[in-house]
Design a protein around this ligand. Structure first.
Ligand SMILES: C[S@@+](CC[C@H](N)C(=O)[O-])C[C@H]1O[C@@H](n2cnc3c(N)ncnc32)[C@H](O)[C@@H]1O
Length: 320
């Protein structure tokens, strides 16, 4: 797809309603042949608007007015291109723990958590965050966490009375990020869209939690690594393999291969992906609520709820 079309679609389908600045900026880029020519020289998988806009931000092209942005973008293009070529879109959203927690907390303790496509592994700490499900709060035993996740709910969400005990956390990513590394943290912050500053402070607070007690996130492909990760988990625990916003990056064949690999392992499997990503779940979804922008939370291939893309809402199935 030509970059002009990619930026236009990004503006209209993703940024509109979520980030006014990115909405405008992507439309401006889509109509700017000189800027498009720079982007078009990158390999196709490096022309993603989300990647280019984040690479621009960490390299000083971040003013609001398009004309100034454009000057900065062209002046700093060598550095922006280098960042786009070496980095990936690896948005790590700790908020997704809010939509995972009710599923995790219903499993027998203690838990061993294995996240595939973990990025910096921030979703591996569901026991260290505070939650606000409407008016119901759940906090760590020691007291409220610096990371407070607010989540609106509908339906019979099984909000736990306390957080589950986690004895093991591990993960895999093609390119694990290190929450203790300031360059990785800055890259993760640049991936959060302008206008969503509350997500940036949450991200930085979650990074501090992960940096103080780093998870074991190995580099590699999730299909190749998941079996070894499950085998390494303590035997006297409930092993849970989970992922959020990850399988969309796999081909349909690879998704099917991951499915048969994980189903053959002695573990539970929690998926949190877009409705079209795991087609074998689609037929089980309540049709009237179908919504492409939300994620489907499923345990062992049984869909339980729709979640907001950043865990900001949880609509549990089973009534009405
Ligand atoms: C959008 S991020 C989501 C990160 C995290 N799961 C979250 O919800 O915040 C997707 C992550 O999946 C990783 N990924 C994509 N394909 C992968 C694969 N085949 N094997 C391992 N990791 C993969 C990417 O590197 C990236 O860090």
């Amino acid at each position: 797809m030509h970059p002009a079309q990619r930026f236009r679609e990004f503006a209209l389908r993703e940024a509109r309603g979520n980030s006014p600045l990115y909405h405008r900026r992507a439309l401006d880029i889509a109509a700017d042949p000189d800027t498009l020519a720079l982007i078009a020289a990158l390999p196709p998988d490096k022309q993603q608007p989300n990647l280019i806009l984040a690479a621009a931000r960490v390299n000083g092209a971040n003013t609001e007015r398009y004309q100034e942005f454009r000057e900065q973008f062209h002046a700093n293009w060598p550095a922006i291109a280098r960042t786009a070529l070496t980095r990936r879109t690896q948005t790590n959203e700790a908020g997704r723990a809010a939509s995972l927690l009710p599923v995790l907390a219903a499993l027998p303790e203690p838990l061993s958590l294995i996240e595939v496509g973990a990025s910096a592994g921030l979703c591996l700490y569901p026991d260290r965050f505070s939650y606000r499900y409407g008016h119901t709060g759940v906090d760590p035993e020691e007291g409220p966490s610096p990371v407070v996740l607010s989540c609106t709910t509908t339906g019979p969400v099984p909000i736990p009375a306390r957080l589950p005990r986690v004895v093991y956390r591990a993960g895999v990513d093609l390119n694990p990020l290190d929450a203790a590394d300031s360059r990785d943290r800055d890259w993760l912050a640049a991936l959060v869209w302008p206008g969503q500053e509350d997500r940036v402070s949450r991200l930085r607070a979650a990074c501090a939690i992960a940096a103080a007690d780093p998870p074991e996130v190995v580099a590699g492909d999730l299909i190749e690594k998941v079996t070894g990760l499950v085998a390494a988990a303590p035997r006297n625990s409930t092993v849970v393999v989970f992922h959020s916003a990850v399988l969309t990056y796999l081909s349909p064949e690879a998704r099917t291969e991951f499915r048969s690999t994980v189903r053959a392992l002695p573990c539970h499997w929690i998926s949190q992906e877009g409705p079209a990503v795991l087609p074998w779940l689609t037929g089980q979804l309540p049709e009237r609520d179908s919504c492409a922008a939300r994620l489907v939370v499923a345990l062992d291939e049984v869909p339980l709820a729709y979640a907001g893309p950043h865990g900001q809402s949880l609509d549990w199935f089973g009534v009405g």
